[in-house]
Design a protein around this ligand. Structure first.
Ligand SMILES: O=C(O)CCC(=O)C(=O)O
Length: 249
């Protein structure tokens, strides 16, 4: 499945779309596991972290803060063996190893579930949070559990932006948990929207700028995200190295 043209495309753009990585049966299982937690958050395995739509906004009286649907679930692969088997999917691992090297681990895992009306995820770089070194040794695998479309908040990327390294960050007073990259000193390419069918994986470099828009549909847009790194790579933010989601090689 992997060939050098995929790596060349990833190296030049900072992201790569591969369709049909996951089978329908895997998608159904992952959706069922996630839906169970959305319906009953107490059923999540110990250690799993759940965040809600309204958590990111500073103004706790705003309409956005009243939106309490589950938005994020982190560390499912760390604490639930069923997610570990998805992270070990042979097609997925072949692609990851082709992009970053033969020995890999899941540095972090999370699910981003955009509910109907769900907020935009502002432009950011994953490395601004993870600070894994060497920078090229982190690749995010964004797995579409539903068809992701411009209407429901599919991923958008700024091609080539990974070549600038990690930008200085500022913060947005309305949504203080987000790292806002200061790109004022560079001329970036226009962002491209990346609609993909369910079962596809978008691989992106830890430094590529990306975002997703509001979900303007009546249905959820769900994604499972495995942030893979090489086995020996480490974060400069030492505490993060003690919370590795899954050692693989
Ligand atoms: O799923 C989203 O809307 C955003 C995901 C994202 O920013 C990421 O995978 O780094």
């Amino acid at each position: 499945m992997f060939d050098s043209s995929l790596k060349s495309k990833y190296d030049s753009q900072g992201f790569l779309v591969v369709e049909d990585v996951f089978e329908q049966t895997d998608l159904v299982q992952m959706r069922e596991l996630i839906d169970r937690i959305v319906q009953n958050p107490d059923s999540a395995p110990d250690g799993v972290q759940i965040s809600r739509e309204g958590d990111t906004v500073a103004d706790k009286n705003s309409d956005a803060a009243q939106h309490t649907d589950i938005r994020g679930i982190a560390f499912m692969a760390r604490f639930d063996p069923r997610f570990q088997s998805f992270a070990r999917n042979p097609k997925l691992l072949e692609l990851v190893r082709g992009l970053i090297g033969p020995r890999v681990k899941v540095f972090r895992d999370q699910m981003l579930l955009k509910p109907p009306g769900g907020q935009a995820k502002p432009l950011h770089q994953d490395h601004s949070y993870f600070r894994v070194q060497p920078e090229n040794d982190l690749v995010t695998a964004w797995i579409a559990l539903d068809d992701a479309t411009p209407e429901n908040g599919c991923m958008c990327y700024v091609p080539g932006s990974h070549r600038y390294g990690i930008f200085e960050i500022t913060s947005d007073p309305d949504r203080p948990v987000h790292h806002v990259p200061d790109t004022s000193q560079v001329t970036l390419e226009e962002p491209v929207s990346c609609p993909v069918p369910a079962g596809s994986v978008i691989f992106h470099h830890g430094c590529v700028l990306h975002n997703s828009e509001i979900n303007r549909t009546e249905t959820w847009r769900k994604a499972v995200i495995f942030h893979f790194s090489t086995s020996d790579a480490k974060s400069e933010n030492e505490p993060l190295n003690n919370q590795i989601s899954l050692e693989i090689d």
